[in-house]
Write a protein that binds this ligand. Structure first.
Ligand code: M6R
Length: 365
């Protein structure tokens, strides 16, 4: 049942090219345009909404953070992202003019479900991004955008996350197109980039040994930081969650620009910092953050695109992802970091598929 893999987590990491392809294929018509069959989001609907509120937990919340960047950039609509356990108890500003988006792999997470009910009772339109067909979240939503990841067994979410990202991009593009906030060319370009991601993810998977090596060098560390800017900061949170939940290493993610407001105090010789630096327009800024950290003699490992300015720094340890448009990089950036979390946990002899204290779906408070 593990398809020759030692753990479900590794099997599921490797299923990502297929899962991404499936999720895309279901939503791209013969004319090359995104079709949201079964989801009624018309131009008039979109004109009615004055904001989008995304609510989720854990990894799904992290997909929502990326969704905010994508939707705000492409559809030029304000997006709020909340963790469900906070949203449901804070009497949120939600009404008939809100498009509420719940993201959930299982569709059974209690806080997410209760937030959905709260939003519905306040008159919001509810769209959910769900993996399990017919789950509670799916049943109670006005519209469902399914991820086609297939069953995810490992507690640590991997292919559900990358397919959730795909859904967020498709939604953002679709809305941007309807609202006229993006050009035809841009729309086509992003879709082309999305369609190229399965192959690029495969290229990363084919070089898994490099990440295994890195994990063998770092597995006995006590703490590992992740930093990034822009969309990379959203991915940093997911990298950190992945690592801590399966390896139990104390891990922390922070927007790189925030470092100097406190966290840089923790940098000392041999501190490990993984710097996500995939955004071309933020490369200079990341470069200075990396140098600031290295000046404290902490050890930086950069995750960056092939050929980027940072990838050429000789004295810097670098993990390269294939070249891509800045917008879609999270789908690629997370993959080596999922592998890293997996290999570190394996080196430490942890119970990878069922980490201590965690359940696959959290149906209680
Ligand atoms: O089923 P859901 O997507 O609603 O689950 C949300 C979180 O419980 C889940 O993503 C959790 O954080 C995972 N263990 C992350 O790997």
């Amino acid at each position: 049942e593990k398809g020759g893999y030692q753990h479900f987590m590794m099997k599921e990491i490797n299923e990502q090219p297929k899962a991404i392809r499936e999720t895309l294929q279901r939503r791209i018509g013969k004319d090359g345009k995104i079709k949201l069959d079964g989801i009624s989001l018309t131009r008039e609907d979109l004109e009615k909404f004055d904001k989008i509120s995304i609510v989720a937990c854990g990894t799904a919340y992290h997909a929502g953070l990326v969704g905010k960047y994508a939707i705000e950039k492409m559809a030029r609509m304000p997006v709020e992202v909340d963790v469900a356990s906070e949203f449901r108890y804070r009497d949120p500003f939600v009404d008939e003019k809100t498009l509420f988006i719940a993201i959930s792999q299982s569709g059974e997470t209690l806080d997410t479900l209760m937030s959905l009910r709260e939003a519905k009772s306040k008159g919001a339109r509810v769209l959910s991004v769900v993996n399990v067909v017919g789950s509670s979240v799916a049943r109670e939503s006005d519209d469902v955008f399914y991820t086609w990841a297939g069953p995810e067994i490992a507690v640590a979410s991997t292919k559900a996350y990358t397919t959730q990202l795909v859904c967020m991009y498709l939604l953002a593009l679709y809305m941007g197109d309807l609202r006229g906030t993006i050009t035809e060319d841009y729309y086509k370009q992003v879709l082309k980039e999305l369609k190229a991601t399965p192959k690029k993810v495969q290229r990363i998977l084919d070089k898994a040994e490099d990440i295994e090596e890195l994990a063998k060098n770092l597995y006995n560390r006590d703490q590992i930081f992740f930093i990034g800017r822009g969309i990379d900061s959203a991915v940093a949170y997911e990298c950190s969650l992945k690592l801590k939940e399966v390896s139990y290493i104390n891990s922390f993610a922070i927007a790189a620009g925030e470092l100097k407001h406190g966290t840089i105090a923790l940098m000392e010789p041999e501190t490990i910092v993984i710097a996500l630096a995939t955004q071309d327009f933020l490369m200079e800024k990341m470069y200075s953050n990396i140098e600031e950290i290295r000046a404290r003699r902490a050890h930086v490992i950069a995750v960056t695109k092939e050929g980027s300015q940072i990838s050429k720094i000789k004295s810097l340890e670098v993990i390269r992802i294939p070249k891509c448009m800045d917008e879609v990089s999270p789908i690629l950036t997370i993959v080596p970091m999922q592998l890293f979390a997996y290999y570190v946990a394996r080196e430490r002899g942890e119970n990878i598929d069922k980490p201590r204290n965690l359940a696959k779906s959290v149906t209680v408070e």
